[in-house]
Design a protein around this ligand. Structure first.
Ligand SMILES: [Zn+2]
Length: 587
């Protein structure tokens, strides 16, 4: 391809509204164009990068034995009603009615395809002999995004690879899951991404049944907990905390003292008012679980984790109590709850760190009043002590004796053991070897293809622009004659370009009649892995210049044999990615 015959609208300035490197660079390098908030056109370079990511995903899916299909994006609303997901998705589901002759047909644009694929399988799979099978597609998904931002990282329309496995047993599902997990590792490694597979909330199957694939990035919207020493990694919802020790607020227990705290309802207000630190306070939260209200205690500087609380309380449902319930249970308005002297006898759940607290400050279950000198065990009983809070940097690792760190990350993939939720709802059953009718056991596996591109750019760039690995680069090589008006330079560039293209290299010829400086700036901005520069001075000595995007200095190579040498370099780099990989910061 020639630069003058394609569409690469590069920009010098940072576009308005773009905050993070991937968004800025995708716009500036002419990869994407915003059509409206949350929707983008992929321009030629963006489309090429996306194609490459898609192809890597497809190859690795095929290698696992998964079978590609393409489901419709338009789906009947009835399918979503059968699984209760019209409510579950709420405004995220893009639905509408269209007129067909004299009736209105309600439909939705697929935000995901569990319903459609399960319905399909229910119709065609009826025997254990037809499984295991994994079906996948690469298709545009639609989810109404209330606050689209960060370029293609958070949009209402995105390209996704979604796969669904169908098995006869939980053991067999385990094998399907492992295959997908391994394929995901290969995909992200081939894309040149530094990723972490982190434990995630597991849903109905429980145990080690869900992982998210994350790219560690400063601007990532997900929080993960990572231990550098043993490799433990989990998302914030799931991350466990190792054994606690009582290092804080040592001292002799004092008498309880009631103090007035007019209008101070938050941890910050109370700590300012009483001149105590948040870590010296007990935060008392009232939740409503399946069997009624429970009190949950965490240290003032900690955040409660609802998933952990739900598990500890063995509850299906859990929600923060409304003000009326809080008033009834504690005898005080919101903001003054405490474990001492609750009006109603309700179970008290405490995070492990609370057990070690001495002379804590808590709400007094009276308006505008707190208590000082509160001691667990002496002043109130804990019915259940467990890990109930979010982990944070410096917490003990749950797997080794080290400390964990909180990192920000971009989620690019998710593998999940679904169980029978959809097969039960949509009646996807099979006859087992004993002629018993049983629900099919499912897994689902997603990859955000756009996020592969954005995640790569977010973590692989410098002040000049994007740094692509050969695997994803829109073009592997850019050939740039310094001066197209100089006939020998132009002709040499044309010859090299033609020969590289004939050798199967993705090459772009920068045939624009612009200053060399502009070509170099654009080449760095777009980030082609290898730049080949042809100038009249070098040509006179029988030499041309090549430079890897991630290396400081160019090198001169003989014109004679240059095409074979360049093609070899690119083929080696395609196979190993070894030249690109080391320049990336480690996770
Ligand atoms: Zn560890």
């Amino acid at each position: 391809m020639r630069w003058t015959q394609t569409l690469i609208p590069t920009m010098k300035e940072t576009p308005e509204g773009a905050e993070i490197p991937s968004h800025v660079l995708m716009l500036r390098a002419g990869l994407i164009h915003q059509v409206m908030a949350g929707a983008y056109t992929y321009l030629p370079l963006g489309r090429r990068a996306l194609n490459k990511a898609e192809q890597i995903v497809r190859e690795e899916m095929d290698r696992t034995g998964a079978v590609e299909i393409l489901m419709s994006a338009l789906t009947p609303i009835s399918l979503w009603e059968q699984t209760g997901r019209v409510e579950a998705f709420g405004d995220v589901l893009i639905q509408f009615a269209v007129r067909r002759q004299n009736r209105k047909v309600q439909m939705a644009l697929g935000p995901t395809h569990e319903e459609v694929v399960t319905d399909l399988v229910a119709k065609f799979i009826s025997s254990y002999r037809q499984m295991p099978i994994t079906l996948y597609q690469i298709q545009t998904k639609f989810r109404n995004e209330e606050r689209p931002r960060f370029g293609v990282l958070r949009t209402s329309e995105f390209l996704m690879k979604d796969a669904y496995s169908f098995d006869v047993s939980v053991e067999s599902l385990g094998k399907s899951y492992k295959k997908m997990y391994a394929a995901y590792c290969r995909i992200f490694a081939r894309c040149g991404l530094k990723y972490l597979a982190v434990e995630a909330e597991s849903g109905p199957i429980g145990g080690d049944a869900s992982h998210e694939f994350m790219i560690v990035a400063e601007n990532g919207e997900d929080s993960i907990i990572h231990c550098k020493d043993c490799g433990y990694a989990a998302n914030l919802e799931k991350a466990e905390i190792g054994a606690r020790s009582g290092s804080l607020s040592r001292g002799l227990p004092q008498e309880i003292e009631q103090v007035a705290t007019p209008g101070a309802t938050t941890i910050e207000q109370v700590s300012r008012f009483l001149k105590c630190k948040p870590e010296e306070m007990i935060k008392t939260l009232v939740y409503v679980a399946d069997a009624g209200p429970i009190a949950v205690l965490v240290r003032g500087d900690h955040e409660a984790n609802e998933n952990k609380i739900r598990r500890a309380a063995k509850a299906q449902k859990l929600a923060l109590a409304d003000p009326a319930t809080i008033q009834r249970v504690t005898g005080a308005p919101v903001g003054f709850a405490g474990p001492v002297g609750l009006r109603e006898k309700i179970p008290v759940y405490a995070d492990r760190d609370v057990e070690f607290m001495i002379n804590a400050v808590t709400g007094a279950n009276q308006a505008d009043t707190h208590l000082k000198g509160v001691n667990p065990g002496r002043d109130f009983q804990i019915d259940c002590a467990a890990d109930l809070r979010n982990a944070r940097s410096g917490d003990p690792c749950p797997r080794c004796s080290s400390r964990v760190a909180l990192r920000h990350a971009i989620e690019v993939g998710h593998v999940f053991k679904l169980g029978t939720k959809y097969s039960e709802a949509l009646n996807a059953r099979f006859l087992d070897a004993q002629e018993q009718l049983r629900p099919i056991i499912m897994g689902c596996y997603g990859i955000g293809v756009n996020r592969i591109i954005a995640g790569l750019i977010e973590t692989s760039n410098d002040a000049q622009g994007i740094i692509w690995p050969v695997a994803l680069a829109p073009y592997e090589v850019v050939v740039a004659p310094i001066n197209v008006a100089d006939a020998p330079s132009r002709e040499a560039a044309e010859r090299i370009y033609d020969a590289l293209a004939a050798a199967g290299i993705d090459v772009l010829l920068d045939d624009r009649d612009v200053r060399a400086g502009v070509k170099f700036k654009d080449a760095d901005l777009v980030g082609f892995p290898l730049r080949v520069v042809i100038g009249d001075r070098g040509l006179k000595q029988g030499q041309i210049e090549i430079k890897w995007r991630w290396e400081e200095k160019p090198q001169m190579i003989p014109l004679e044999g240059a095409v074979a040498a360049i093609a070899d370099l690119i083929r080696q780099e395609r196979a190993s990615g070894a030249r690109f990989a080391p320049q990336k910061k480690s996770v």
